[in-house]
Design a binder for this molecule. Structure first.
Ligand SMILES: Cc1ncc(COP(=O)(O)O)c(C=O)c1O
Length: 375
């Protein structure tokens, strides 16, 4: 198995080689390898100086004073909710169309995720529907910048003030996208990022919570490290977590941040090429100015995702359906009729290969095959 320019060259059993375009893959260079080797050589593997350096570099890039690196984006979300004081008896508004981690992180705290339908154009949580679902127990709202498309954070802040809610941004998919003068993830009380292998930047597994609030930052660090007292070793007055990132993982992140402009530009180029070539074939939400996680659009209603997927697979192109909406999962079961818009996107959505090592020829090839296989 060799990797070249975003193409895995796999030798199959019959000995023929074939190019495979996966839906997402990390961009790993000699720089990442050097940083990891240096960290391994330092003898310090657990959270230490490299995590601190990664946190500082993220803080500079995002223009936010506090970054708390975590073991995953899910851990980051859970930590953010705990530090914001969300717990049993509380309700938290979450979009129905998201990755399951958003709703699960709320459930971990003992609070109840209240599902809200999405806006049909931007696919963000719909504030009209959210307004109908606010109760006396509602404490927070989690806007999710799905696929990197930013939510309207001015309207969000207005809504939150009106109902006295805390805003915790799920920016897992939106690293590197700026909106209304700030980075996604830095508008609310706090924001959570994911650095899973296929995300905009990666540490393998990993995440971070960011905040402007000094007190909250101390609380996030406290809960990340088993809630150990900073003054007294092995003194834990509350139930904390081990959500620390290792220095080895942070080393990958440090290298990614050294290459950040190239990574973001390459992703933006992929999206604009898809836009140019596929605007008559698929219907896209507004990706302008966005650093995309996965370029995602809607198939024509006459096309069945599974058929399109199978046909593209025969051209060695991998595509993905959008997430199964929360209301269709057994834990959060609700009828489709209550979530018509997220159901529609779930039934017709398609995510396309999106990663920095795809060049224009690759994207043109993928786009031509998509046009060819549509009915
Ligand atoms: C919207 C959203 N929230 C949360 C997460 C959780 O991140 P992680 O997989 O790093 O735990 C993800 C990513 O997978 C995501 O896409």
């Amino acid at each position: 198995l060799a990797s070249h320019a975003g193409i895995d060259v796999r030798i199959n059993v019959s000995g023929r080689s074939r190019a495979v375009y996966s839906v997402g893959e990390p961009s790993i260079t000699a720089l990442e390898m050097q940083q990891v080797a240096a960290t391994l050589g330092s003898g310090r593997l657990t959270q230490g100086k490299t995590v601190e350096r990664f946190e500082r570099e993220l803080a500079d890039f995002l223009e936010v004073p506090h970054v708390i690196a975590c073991s995953s984006g899910t851990a980051a979300l859970h930590l953010a909710l705990v530090a914001a004081g969300i717990g049993a008896g509380d309700e938290v508004l979450v979009p129905d169309l998201t990755f399951v981690a958003t709703a699960n992180a709320v459930s971990y705290t003992g609070a109840k995720p209240v599902l809200v339908d999405i806006d049909p154009r931007s696919w963000e949580i719909d504030l009209n529907d959210a307004g109908k679902k606010v109760s006396g127990r509602t404490k927070a709202i989690i806007p999710v910048h799905l696929y990197g498309i930013p939510c309207d954070m001015h309207s969000m802040q207005h809504f939150a003030e009106l109902h006295d809610l805390v805003v915790i941004e799920d920016a897992a998919e939106a690293f590197g996208t700026f909106t209304q003068g700030r980075a996604c993830g830095t508008h609310g009380l706090c924001g959570a990022f994911s650095f899973y292998a296929n995300k905009v930047i990666t540490t393998g597994e990993g995440g971070a919570v960011v905040t402007h609030d000094d007190e909250l930052a101390s609380s996030l660090r406290f809960f990340r490290g088993q809630a150990q007292s900073p003054e007294r070793r092995f003194w834990h007055a509350e139930i904390g977590f081990n959500y620390r990132m290792t220095d080895v993982h942070a080393a990958i992140g440090v290298a990614q941040m050294q290459r950040i402009n190239g990574i973001l530009d390459a992703r933006k180029r992929v999206v604009s090429t898809y836009y140019d070539l596929l605007q008559d074939a698929l219907k896209f939400p507004d990706f302008k100015g966005v650093t995309p996680w996965l370029m995602t659009g809607l198939l024509p209603e006459s096309a069945l995702f599974s058929r399109v997927e199978a046909r593209l697979e025969s051209h060695n192109i991998e595509v993905r359906p959008v997430f199964v909406p929360m209301h269709r999962l057994p834990m959060y079961d609700r009828p489709d009729a209550q979530f018509p818009r997220s159901s529609y996107v779930a039934d017709n959505g398609i995510s396309l290969p999106t990663y920095p090592t795809l060049n224009e020829e690759d994207v043109a090839y993928i786009a031509s095959k998509i046009i060819e296989v549509l009915p």
